[in-house]
Write a protein that binds this ligand. Sequence first.
Ligand code: HEM
Length: 209
Amino acid sequence: MYSATLTIHSWVRWVALVAVVGATLAAVTGRVRGERSPADRWGLFAMTALDLQMLLGLLLYLAVSPNMHPILMNFGAAMKDPALRFWAVEHTATMFAAIVLAHAGRVLARKAATADAKRTRLIVCFGMATILIMLGMPWPGRPGGRPLFRVAQVLQNTPQFVIRLTQVIDDALCVTDHSAAHGRVARRDLESFLVESRPHGREVAGRFS
Ligand code: HEM
């Protein structure tokens, strides 16, 4: 459940990003006339992709992510660490703001009295949503960064344990890239996560020390 949700969330990011850029560019180029203009259709596509991301993200944040559990349990401590703070607050806050702007953009565009007013409102709302999504994305190299393309899903047919191990290694590689300090934090979390979730987790965890 976790690996599938994270992998879908990871890939839908590209759909959402292309859709908000498409909506912004359609507005910039003035293709806004009529209810089913290119800007309206890109806007609907973006809103749908962002709503899906919000549902998957909330599922990860509140329920299925083993990475979020220690963060939510030690919120104060997580706020002191740039990588953990990114996942505790920054990612969700920026993405929420982007989703609200996309919805507001569509409503304001529908209510606009002229095509010019519609165009301006779409440029402002979807332009700002695009900037916020770029800021909230866990780009590789930033604290808490993640791979651009998550391939765990591709290994769907291999035994669950191999998929989980792939994912844990993925996460460990991603975190240790950024700083030894973070790596130490994450490795400790990974070890406890592995011990908790796998019968032979203690043996696997031993490989990380
Ligand atoms: C408000 C809604 C959102 C929430 C609550 C949310 C929450 C999360 C959480 C908790 C994770 C990490 C899960 C884990 O590592 O165990 C995550 C990962 C991620 N989120 Fe979101 N997210 C939201 C919206 C978005 C949006 C709109 C995008 C992009 C357009 C996005 C892109 C990503 C990416 C790329 C990852 C990393 C996936 C990976 O590790 O491969 N999120 N999100």
